[in-house]
Design a protein around this ligand. Structure first.
Ligand code: NI
Length: 252
């Protein structure tokens, strides 16, 4: 199994060695840690060196739009082709809070330029902003993952047409998840990847606790139930979806 999206950083976890060990013990073969700002992008570089199963994405999250500096973008450019750095992320648009939309769009586009010029996939955060996110991604002709996808079936199909996979996480195990379950039923498993978004959004029965990659099997199991296929099929197909997207020599 692959956890395509998590943030296992020192600010949230006292013992990352144990987090990685529990992930391996629970069948996780690859973890993509997503940076969000200068500090966490730096930690991503350390984590990919330290742990075989960890790969990284570098990016400035839209919530950092008022905090980031030009040198933080230069850092991404400098390291985006490092060993085991597989994507630009977590990047995108978040209209849920009052961050300036124009500034967010500028930051998003700057990072999409990086992805395009280095030919890297992107890992996208989109909250209350799906139409703008779609319009911008369409301009850039990049592929990637729609992290924590929560849009309609129609939008899911449009993102898939652009070359995106849908990241599905703990929300599918929650009681009020009808919208995403309806999307999941209709979308082929060929376009689905697993993610935990640790430390957030722990799947049931761990909802409300600190999440970690070891819980990814709970999400795979729920998807298997919804799709009427086996747990093993979910694991093998979502893993090959990841290999197909990243199109490079991964350990999986
Ligand atoms: Ni995230």
């Amino acid at each position: 199994m692959v956890d395509t999206h998590c943030h296992i950083f020192s600010s949230d976890y006292n013992n990352i060695d144990d987090v990685i060990k529990r992930a391996i013990d629970n069948g996780v073969r690859m973890i993509i840690v997503n940076g969000c700002d200068a500090k966490t992008n730096n930690e991503v570089l350390e984590l990919v060196k330290k742990y075989d199963i960890v790969y990284g994405a570098l990016g400035i999250h839209p919530e950092e739009v008022d905090n980031y500096k030009d040198e933080d973008i230069d850092f991404i450019i400098k390291h985006i082709d490092d060993d085991k750095i597989v994507a630009v992320g977590e990047i995108g648009l978040d209209y849920h809070y009052d961050y300036d939309k124009k500034k967010q769009i500028m930051l998003f586009k700057r990072q999409l330029e990086i992805a395009k010029s280095f030919n890297k996939p992107v890992i996208i955060h989109s909250r209350d902003s799906i139409q703008d996110t779609y319009n911008i991604l369409k301009e850039y002709n990049v592929k990637g993952i729609m992290h924590c996808f929560s849009g309609s079936l129609e939008m899911a199909s449009e993102f898939i047409k652009l070359g995106f996979l849908l990241g599905i996480g703990g929300i599918v195990t929650f009681k009020n998840s009808k919208k995403i379950l309806d999307v999941l039923k209709e979308i082929s498993i060929e376009y689905i990847v697993l993610e935990t978004d640790s430390p957030y959004l722990a799947p049931e029965p761990n909802r409300g606790k600190q999440n970690e990659p070891a819980y990814i099997g709970l999400i795979a199991k729920k998807i298997a139930d919804i799709k009427g296929i086996t747990y093993e099929e979910v694991n093998s197909i979502t893993t090959s979806n990841v290999s197909r997207l990243f199109d490079k020599q991964l350990m999986i």
